[in-house]
Design a binder for this molecule. Structure first.
Ligand code: SAH
Length: 545
């Protein structure tokens, strides 16, 4: 729901003083029959239900999971006083005997809130659904949000279904390198949070909002699009010393409205190869929509690191997967017509696993993405020129990639790294394997291009080319000796972790500590960033808490 410029969106959410269900036995309510849970925050929210018709739902943040609501088409609202109303809804018309009417006694915080709520109620009841409705306090545009324009609905549905499940949030929480580094970055940089307004972009379980509140945030808006928002409410409500300062808002950061600007954004938008899931774009949109000028972003910058690698075992493993299709008599059927397709298919899967950094053939280079400056559109296509100098003579099987992000706190800048050789994270590392290996000599230059093109399924197509230049006597004539290219889909990785491998160094290769010489290779770095980009000093300090 993108607001046309100059107009504000209508509000769909109202914080209430209390709400009580009239159908509950009176013993469940206080003697005066008014509030159910005056101490717990109660939220009334208008939303389109599964049938597409507008509904009014009440959420009680007292730890109970009792979301109740009514369809506006069957509901009426009556004012009992300046800040008190009754909402009644009829049971379904088709099945009168079996369904009963519902009634709610609503207490607003102010007369203005009551007014705004009533206007919205009547308007939505008239319109039938929220999409495209003109609200009295703003406009809800029919135009698709930036998210919906870019992303296929089926992809988004699966994506938010995934994050709506607690087990996947737990998986991230149990990555202690990840969560511990976030905790350290926030707590060590209290000064950036104390008394500040924070937006948690893609809050998930709400963990980063809770960290920000622990660090003294004045208020945290936890924006989460998936069903996890309800669990986040529950988790936050169960931490009462912090919950007063956190508001969970269910919706996409591209679509929700916040009542005030943020001093700092916190988020964990990184996917495999940093950019997978295309959530960095949402992070940047959140920056443009919610962050005050000169506001901070945690994380602040990200870097994609790349180096050629040699891994005979991995190469053979992938090439062999397609061998099945070389059978000429599989139950008397010739499978070979599909061999080429199968072979290409296996090499189009980037490999996700943790590898030994000694497999790297040259010191890595990196590409910087400054979250505070990058334009959202700049993330649609990422083009990285590659230039390496081989440290050993070997066969190069492809390009190894990983990333790190910087929390540029005003007290302690801190890096979260996913580098090979550093404590392993749930991101592991990523390797693009080429079907045609390259031969290099020590000292020989390897050039090429890594070209990432975003697609509508919240991921990227990877175009990789590696080349070796003429080397030794006759090199003056220049020229490319060998070229190898591949097209891979970042959305379809091969998770190799389930089949642990021993990290044997290629026979003809001496171990090299290439990672340590990384600062010598800054070809792709943006000079402006130089001050931010010293090698992470605290990589191994990621185990915090
Ligand atoms: N901040 C949590 C969760 C990180 S996972 C943590 O650090 O543990 C990223 C979360 O962002 C997911 O829960 C996902 O549903 C949410 N998300 C992704 N894109 C979003 C968007 N455009 N708007 C709102 N939430 C989004």
């Amino acid at each position: 729901m993108e607001a046309p410029s100059g107009q504000s969106l209508g509000r769909l959410e109202f914080a209430l003083l209390s709400v009580s269900d009239l159908s509950l036995p009176s013993s469940a309510a206080p003697a005066d029959g008014t509030a159910v849970a005056a101490s717990a925050a109660v939220v009334a929210r208008f939303a389109d239900g599964d049938s597409g018709a507008a509904e009014l739902r009440f959420y009680r943040d007292n730890g109970a999971d009792d979301v109740v609501g009514v369809e506006l088409a069957n509901a009426q609202i009556f004012k009992l006083g300046p800040i008190q109303s009754i909402c009644m809804s009829e049971g379904s018309e088709t099945d009168k005997e079996k369904s009963y009417s519902k009634g709610f006694n609503i207490h607003f915080k102010t007369e203005e809130e009551s007014e705004a709520f009533h206007c919205t109620f009547e308007q939505l009841k008239k319109e039938g659904s929220i999409k495209g409705t003109q609200l009295p306090n703003g406009v809800l545009s029919t135009s698709k949000s930036k998210f919906d324009e870019k992303i296929e609905a089926s992809s988004a549905k699966m994506y938010f279904h995934y994050y709506g499940q607690l087990l996947h949030q737990q998986n991230m929480l149990q990555d202690y390198v990840r969560t511990g580094t976030y905790y350290a970055a926030v707590i060590e940089n209290r000064a950036d949070f104390t008394g500040r307004v924070v937006v948690d972009v893609g809050a998930g379980s709400g963990i980063l909002s809770l960290f920000a509140a622990q660090a003294g945030a004045k208020h945290v808006y936890a924006v989460e699009a998936s069903e996890m928002a309800e669990y986040a409410r529950k988790l936050i409500a169960g931490n009462p010393s912090l919950s007063q300062r956190i508001t969970v808002i269910k919706g996409k950061v591209e679509e929700v409205e916040l009542p005030e600007k943020a001093d700092i954004l916190i988020s964990e938008p990184m996917g495999t190869l940093l950019v997978n899931e295309r959530m960095l774009e949402s992070y940047v949109i959140a920056r443009d929509r919610f962050l005050a000028p000169d506001g901070k972003m945690f994380p602040t910058v990200g870097r994609i690191h790349m180096a050629p690698f040699s891994d005979e075992y991995l190469f053979v493993e992938i090439a062999n997967k397609a061998l099945f299709w070389q059978q000429q008599s599989y139950y008397d059927v010739n499978l070979t017509p599909l061999y080429g397709t199968a072979f290409q298919g296996y090499f189009s899967q980037p490999v996700v696993d943790a590898f030994d950094p000694r497999l790297l053939v040259a010191p890595p280079i990196f590409h910087v993405i400054d979250f505070t400056k990058v334009k959202e559109e700049d993330l649609y296509e990422i083009d990285v020129p590659l230039r390496f100098t081989a440290a050993v003579g070997t066969r190069v099987h492809g390009l190894a990639c990983w990333f790190d992000v910087l929390f540029d706190g005003s007290t302690v800048p801190r890096w979260l790294t996913t580098a090979p050789g550093s404590p392993t994270t749930h991101w592991y590392q990523l390797r693009c394997v080429l079907s045609q290996p390259l031969y290099v000599m020590a000292g020989q230059e390897i050039t090429g291009r890594l070209h990432l093109v975003a697609h509508k399924s919240q991921s990227y197509t990877i175009y990789l080319t590696l080349q070796t230049k003429m080397w030794g006597p006759g090199a003056e004539q220049g020229g490319i000796l060998q070229t190898s290219s591949g097209k891979l889909d970042l959305k379809e990785p091969y998770y190799r972790m389930s089949q642990p491998q021993s990290y044997t160094v290629a026979q003809d290769q001496q171990p090299h500590q290439l990672l340590q010489s990384q600062e010598l290779n800054v070809q792709t770095q943006d000079i402006e960033e130089a001050d931010l980009l010293e090698q992470p000093a605290q990589n191994s300090g990621a185990h915090f808490g």
